[in-house]
Ligand binder design. Structure first.
Ligand code: ADP
Ligand code: MG
Length: 710
């Protein structure tokens, strides 16, 4: 038996053990988080009050309380089994990073004590020389700093019974440049929050409370059996299959989406939920997705910084818990060709006090705020469509954007028929209620009710209004949500800023609502080209979008160019989110990362072709040759085998020829697009051969096995 077959037999014989029930899941929620409840129990009252204030307002931390907080955190963590702590940060590799230190410190007379000081909590100094910095930091000054982010609570992560205290931190260089994704996110939240409050003030709403940018990130993923995974070097090293023919039946019957969840997967999901809940992550939905072996988990929305951290933890938990269940979780955007890829829906909104700015309300006042915010988002997305695209660029997502199941690389907005109708009427200067047919005046009338479901029939738009929030759907499944939210927050802050400035400067006797009407009308006139309610997957849209002048940045190198456009640098500098050097360095890091990834893929494709595919095809040809000999000996007259063998031989020649070409291109360091084309050419022959060569000789697990046998 070949190793594929051994794996299949073993999987078929595996029984899923029963999952223990957990009646305490409500009490257990957040038990591994040093959150408000735990803090109030472990901290002296005045310290708790100060810390809470910092967490809620984003004000700087009073350093005099750091020792007390650290002591309480250590006591709590040790009680819960931790021996070590780590600063936890998000370098520009896109992953998270950690370096564990034990609480042990030497004491007198050769003894040791457990100690964790305020300084240990607030600042860490990891050697940062091996993290990408895009030239921001020379190796000579390798020091980087991690700084505690009190707005995201510390937590205990458990791995096989080992408990470690994790402290979410920002990461910057010795000279203060930002080396991570958290810091700019925090800055962008602050900027948008301030502008949102300013805007609301124009509507007579003065809030003490801070504004909250909210995010609910739906996470798609694939699960396959580990016994197949370890036999696919391409999945292990690049996250995607570089070869493999789609099986006859994949997703045509649309029977996987929302289908009954198999026991083994449910058992995995149950453990996942339990772990997420312990970490205070409000996991809510779990279901089968469209492609075979594809699934989704979605938590309830939270403040964006926390939600981004939680999404990183979700990805980590998915991977770890899958492994425990003998599965491999694939987070790549396109692990399998020919079936759907995986994304991450970024549900985003802003609220101040009890007002969700993107909620069309029941009263005229709320509606005026809603329409103004809506127009601001339209303006922001149209102006900075290129930046939004850059925020989700990456080698993995390139395979997905523009393919037939994912939002295309062209950024546009979907509002739904009713809302689009209202918006176009505002443009004309008077909005007629589509339901009652009466004229609507902003701030004077109530909008027709916009039911959430009616506004979300369209699933092809990269940026859709979904009732009380916008859903940015083009983000990739493996990506951090930080980047798209940094862009969104900053771009909308700019639009809010401009609208607020206009409204604040109106003459005292101006008719506020008439002026607002005029302003919104002019915004829509200028930016309505970003609105598209049709089918984003069609060829027609590509042409139409080109006519409208919308950018269509198909590959990563094109898509990240906007990061260094002067007007974009100016935007981020104006709001203090990034400076010029930080933007430049990000551009360089992302470009280099892309080139390296394609380099790894190309090298591996060549290896797999030479060590797996060509040998299998050659062995099959040899076998056919022997049969032809046998036929001759037997005196078979009208054999068809020789012409069949010729066909296989042509495949073999093709494989050898194209691998030689790929080899040459790699050694000459050809452009990535050329290399990708050759890889596709090679794959085409290999996948055809997969459908012809004796199943026994094929070494790489096939799609029909990986996607269906689990
Ligand atoms: P669908 O699969 O239809 O896109 P889901 O219900 O699975 O929608 O996910 C919607 C996500 O949007 C959830 O994470 C939800 O908590 C989130 N969400 C709801 N309201 C808001 C809001 N005001 N701000 C941000 N996210 C929100
Ligand atoms: Mg969604």
């Amino acid at each position: 038996m070949n190793s594929r077959k051994t794996a299949i037999a073993a999987i078929a014989a595996t029984q899923t053990p029963e999952t223990p029930t957990n009646p305490n899941f409500v009490e257990e929620f957040g038990c591994d988080v040093f959150g408000l409840k735990t803090m109030s129990e472990y901290l002296p009252k005045p310290v708790f009050k100060k810390l809470r204030e910092t967490m809620e307002t984003g004000k700087a931390l009073d350093s005099s309380i750091a020792d007390d907080v650290a002591h309480a955190m250590k006591t709590w963590a040790i009680e819960r089994g931790a021996t070590h702590y780590t600063h936890w940060f998000m370098p520009l590799t896109g992953a998270t990073a950690e370096k564990h230190d034990s609480f042990l410190e030497p004491a007198e007379n050769g003894k040791v004590i457990a100690r964790f000081s305020g300084k240990n909590l607030i600042i860490g100094e990891p050697d940062a020389s091996s993290f990408p910095s895009g030239g921001l930091r020379s190796t000579a000054e390798a020091r980087g700093y991690t700084a505690w982010d009190p707005s995201s609570p510390a937590f205990i992560k458990r791995e096989n019974g080992v408990a470690t205290l994790y402290i979410p931190t920002a990461f910057c260089s010795y000279t203060g440049e930002v080396l991570d994704k958290k810091t700019p996110l925090l800055r962008s939240m602050q900027v948008l929050g301030a502008q949102a409050k300013r805007l609301l003030k124009c509507f007579g709403k003065d809030f003490e409370a801070g504004a909250k940018v909210t995010l609910g990130a739906e996470q798609e993923y694939f699960l396959i059996d580990k016994r197949f995974y370890v036999q696919r070097p391409d999945l292990m090293q690049t996250g995607r299959t570089l070869f493999g023919a789609p099986p006859q039946r994949h997703q045509q019957l649309e029977d996987h989406y929302f289908g009954a969840i198999k026991p083994r997967i449910l058992s995995f999901m149950s453990e996942l939920d339990r772990e997420l809940w312990r970490l205070g992550i409000p996991a809510k939905t779990r279901h089968n997705e469209v492609a075979p072996a594809q699934f989704e988990v979605a938590p309830i929305f939270e403040e964006v910084n926390l939600a981004v951290d939680h999404n990183m933890l979700i990805m980590d938990a998915l991977t770890r818990i899958a492994d425990k269940h003998g599965l491999a979780c694939l987070l790549h955007e396109k692990p399998f060709a020919g079936v759907n890829g995986a994304g991450k829906h970024n549900n985003w909104s802003i609220s101040v006090g009890d007002i969700n700015l993107l909620n069309p309300g029941k009263d005229p006042h709320q509606n005026a705020i809603f329409l103004t915010s809506l127009c601001a988002v339209i303006e922001a997305v149209d102006r900075h469509a290129d930046l939004l695209r850059s925020a989700i660029a990456g080698a993995g997502n390139d395979h997905r954007l523009g393919a037939n199941e994912a939002p295309p690389a062209i950024i546009s907005m979907y509002l739904g028929e009713q809302l689009a109708d209202i918006v176009s009427q505002i443009e004309k200067g008077e909005a007629k209620s589509s339901k009652q047919g009466k004229t609507l005046k902003i701030g004077a009338d109530i909008l027709p009710e916009l039911p959430c479901d009616a506004t979300d029939r369209n699933r092809t738009s990269p940026f859709a209004f979904t009732g009380n929030k916008f859903e940015f759907r083009a983000a990739g499944s493996s990506q951090s949500c930080a980047s798209p939210n940094i862009v969104l927050n900053t771009a909308v802050a700019e639009a809010f800023d401009e609208i607020a400035t206009h409204l604040e400067n109106l003459p005292k006797n101006a008719d506020f609502h008439a002026e607002l009407q005029k302003l919104l009308s002019s915004i829509i006139k200028k930016h309505k080209k970003i609105i598209f309610n049709g089918n984003n997957y069609g060829e027609e849209w590509k042409k139409e979008a080109a006519k409208r002048g919308l950018p269509n940045l198909r590959t990563t190198p094109e898509a990240i160019k906007p990061l260094i456009k002067p007007e974009n640098i100016a935007l981020f500098e104006k709001y203090g989110v990034f400076n010029r050097v930080e933007m430049q360095s990000r551009y360089e890091i992302f470009l280099e990362e892309y080139e390296r990834k394609i380099g790894i893929e190309a090298g591996l494709a060549l290896k797999l072709a030479r060590t797996h595919i060509i040998p299998a095809v050659a062995a099959y040809l040899e076998r056919l040759g022997k049969t032809i000999e046998a036929e001759k000996l037997a005196g078979v007259k009208k054999s068809k085998l020789a012409s069949y063998a010729q066909k296989i031989s042509a495949r073999l020649n093709g494989l050898i020829e194209v691998s030689e070409k790929l080899d040459l291109q790699i050694s000459k360091a050809e452009k990535q697009q050329k290399i990708l084309e050759t890889m596709a050419e090679l794959r085409k022959i290999a996948d055809a051969a997969e459908g012809e060569v004796d199943n026994e000789l094929w070494t790489l697990p096939k799609y029909c096995e990986m996607l269906f046998v689990y």
